[in-house]
Design a protein around this ligand. Structure first.
Ligand code: BGC
Length: 449
């Protein structure tokens, strides 16, 4: 159908993991607690009661895991830094052992001929900062920039690709609006404050990296969903536009200098009550790439609840969608529509799909995991990314979520997304069929089906 070479010589083939979901070792070598350590300490917070324990023990097995990335034929390894490993209390005294750990990880990438993409923040806020209000406290802008500066100074000699933040809508929406994720805060006020501070941190963080490392390649990774109205009735189309504003535009447009998307949601204007003089400019930064992360489609309809949004989602199960383990609507074609949508912003220089993946139940039978559906998912994603490229869209990479099965936040260990299976009792890794497909597809000489 297609070959690796067709995506271009500079196309980046990668895989993404995150500190909290993979590392384990929550108390090792001076690490402080994060909001996710607190949240998971109460296993009632996790849907199936799973205890995270040592997750997939990346802290001790990083050499084995990074070698697997190379075995699969990928070139980029994207991982995040745990803020509380570097600064156990979020600010103040630096934990040298934490710095040393990530230096070893980076060296290991380089010796495996992998390019590290380093995410500064993937949701695991130090608990000590949450005790002071966390993302709802404006001081977080200073705390975040100080932490980011430590990272760039410590690792910048070997790292030049930075993702300032991962999926702001996920951690502010789920953690500060719905109370579903850590730190379990609820309500529009918490959300809007946290959101505005997050935007400032992204833009100011980007600017700080540029100042410290003028030639760095700097991006943010944003969650996005393909949204369609249930039918063409004007009220449902308007509802879909509001959802589009919340899920796909809210965190992007301020960074591009367009402000929050109040055109279709005038009620969002109340976010300005959290502005200080000069914030309009402070929210803008000229990123080198925008990471888009796509997992599912949303079918929207008008609804009087919740207010502000006046839209809700028709549950995927009710419309007999193609479901993954998390009951989300798996729809690879959505990536094409999203790449098209994002490419309509002239300010965006490059789009990279910095995460996509799918969770299905996997079965390890005689050392094999025959996950054909996952393989097909990634093949379809690549087909649509290629189609976008053919339409002239600058889609510069595909990073699979994820390398090894890991801890899926509130969902515990049940949803498995990895190209590599993990037996969480023994920590044994087994490359799945999907991983083997990548291995053969990416081997420089091979073409594919
Ligand atoms: C997040 C990951 C998460 C994945 C699968 C993304 O929203 O960045 O941390 O595990 O989706 O749900």
């Amino acid at each position: 159908m297609f070959k690796r070479e067709q995506f271009g010589d500079n196309f980046k083939w990668g895989v993404t993991i995150s500190a909290f979901q993979n590392e384990g070792a929550p108390k090792s070598d001076g690490k402080g607690p994060s909001i996710w350590d607190t949240f998971t300490a109460n296993t009632n917070n996790i849907n199936n009661g799973d205890a995270i324990g040592d997750a997939c023990d990346f802290y001790n097995r990083y050499e084995e895991d990074i070698a697997l990335v190379r075995t699969l034929g990928l070139d980029v390894f994207r991982f995040s830094i745990s803020w509380a490993r570097i600064l156990p209390y979020g600010r103040g005294k630096v934990n040298q052992a934490g710095i040393d750990f990530y230096k070893r990880v980076i060296d290991c990438c380089i010796s495996n001929d992998l390019t590290p993409y380093v995410t500064i923040y993937h949701w695991d806020l130090p608990q000590a900062l949450d005790d002071k209000g966390g993302w709802t406290n404006r001081e977080i802008v200073d705390w975040f920039i100080a932490y980011l500066e430590i990272c760039v100074k410590a690792f910048g000699d070997k790292v030049s690709n930075w993702v300032v933040m991962n999926e702001p809508m996920s951690f502010t929406g789920l953690g500060y609006f719905m109370g579903y994720h850590a730190p379990s805060r609820k309500g529009i006020n918490h959300f809007l404050k946290a959101a505005h501070h997050t935007v400032l941190c992204m833009a100011q963080g980007g600017a700080k990296i540029r100042e410290l490392q003028p030639h760095a390649n700097i991006g943010v990774a944003l969650s996005c969903s393909y949204i369609k109205p249930v039918n063409q009735l004007p009220k449902h189309r308007r509802a879909a536009k509001r959802m589009q504003a919340m899920l796909n535009r809210f965190y992007l447009e301020p960074l591009l200098g367009l402000g929050y998307p109040t055109d279709v949601m005038p009620a969002l204007k109340i976010i300005k009550t959290f502005f200080r003089k000069g914030d309009e400019e402070r929210m803008v930064f000229d990123f080198d790439f925008i990471g888009i992360q796509y997992y599912f489609r949303v079918v929207a309809r008008h609804s009087y609840t919740p207010p502000v949004l006046f839209a809700d989602e028709i549950p995927p199960r009710a419309r007999k969608a193609n479901l993954n383990t998390m009951n989300l609507d798996v729809y690879p074609k959505g990536i094409y529509k999203l790449l098209k949508f994002y490419s309509s912003y002239p300010q965006i220089k490059e789009l990279i799909v910095t995460e996509s993946g799918v969770c299905y139940p996997d079965f390890l039978v005689k050392d094999h995991v025959y996950d054909v559906r996952r393989m097909k998912y990634h093949q379809k994603m690549l087909k649509y990314i290629r189609k976008a490229q053919q339409k002239g869209i600058n889609a510069g990479g595909y990073f699979v979520w994820t390398l090894v099965d890991n801890f899926e936040w509130k969902e515990g260990f049940e949803p498995r997304f990895g190209l590599v299976h993990v037996d969480f009792e023994t920590q044994q890794r087994t490359i799945k069929y999907s991983g083997k497909w990548f291995q053969s597809f990416l081997s420089k000489t091979a073409s594919t089906n």
